[in-house]
Design a protein around this ligand. Structure first.
Ligand SMILES: Cc1cc2nc3c(=O)[nH]c(=O)nc-3n(C[C@H](O)[C@H](O)[C@H](O)COP(=O)(O)O)c2cc1C
Length: 220
């Protein structure tokens, strides 16, 4: 599959089979990820590959629980539903939509690893560059995975409130941030479209391109 096709066909995959990912394929994906640009050449990243079944299961459980919390906060309650009923709806919804995360044969944790190489006046911007660089690396991985017929989903919000629990599962020190994580595995089928709720929000691409000056929205 060519690069543009892999980029446009990549979708957030939220259903997985347990078909194993061969080692050579995994290595190719990891090396593609680590070929990404990296601010100041810092390589302030590490990819933690989780294949141990107990750890994978614990990560999937944590992510599904985090998703329930996310949906509780982000989705409006049904008419007349009190806080408890809404939280129960969110837990059921997370379980229904993400249960096969427990089947994914691999989880990849994208870690921001401070290299302590920024002087004081560059520290904040340097940290942002480190996070951006990890994002580029993970996008390389997502696109390369799509080209290999494997699914991924950039996940930042679902682990947001549970990072210490996640750190404990994989023995991560406190100063290392598991900022972007993903299951990796073959989906039963690749989604061809965005889910309807997201598709409705999608802005036409031209409205997101301005030519020469701000506000000069591309019209054709
Ligand atoms: C920075 C970032 C964070 C995201 N966090 C999550 C997440 O925590 N959970 C999740 O299921 N999807 C997450 N997504 C996936 C988006 O929901 C998805 O990319 C978006 O709906 C567009 O769908 P597509 O990836 O199929 O184009 C995240 C995407 C990005 C770029």
């Amino acid at each position: 599959m060519q690069a543009i096709e892999a980029i446009t066909k990549r979708r957030a995959v939220r259903a997985y089979t347990d078909i194993p990912v061969p080692d050579d394929v995994l290595d190719r994906l990891l090396r593609a990820a680590l070929a990404a640009p990296t601010g100041s050449g810092s390589q302030a990243w590490t990819l933690l590959v989780v294949r141990d079944p107990d750890r994978r299961r614990a990560i999937a459980d944590l992510v599904i629980a985090g998703a329930a919390r996310y949906f509780t906060i982000m989705r409006p309650p049904a008419e007349g539903a009190g806080p408890e009923a809404h939280a129960q709806w969110a837990a059921d919804y997370a379980e229904t939509t993400l249960a096969t995360y427990r089947d994914a044969p691999v989880w990849i944790l994208g870690l921001v690893v401070p290299r302590h190489n920024y002087p004081e006046q560059m520290r904040e911007g340097g940290h942002i560059d480190d996070v951006l660089s990890l994002g580029f690396a993970m996008e390389n991985l997502f696109v390369a995975a799509r080209a290999e017929g494997l699914g991924t989903v950039p996940t930042t919000a679902f682990q947001r409130f549970e990072k210490d629990r996640l750190r404990a599962i994989v023995a991560l020190p406190d100063d290392i941030d598991p900022a972007i994580i993903t299951p990796l595995g073959a989906p039963p089928a690749f989604p061809e479209e965005l889910p309807p709720a997201i598709r409705k929000l999608r802005r036409p691409w031209r409205s997101l391109v301005h030519d020469d000056t701000w506000g000069n929205v591309r019209s054709s």
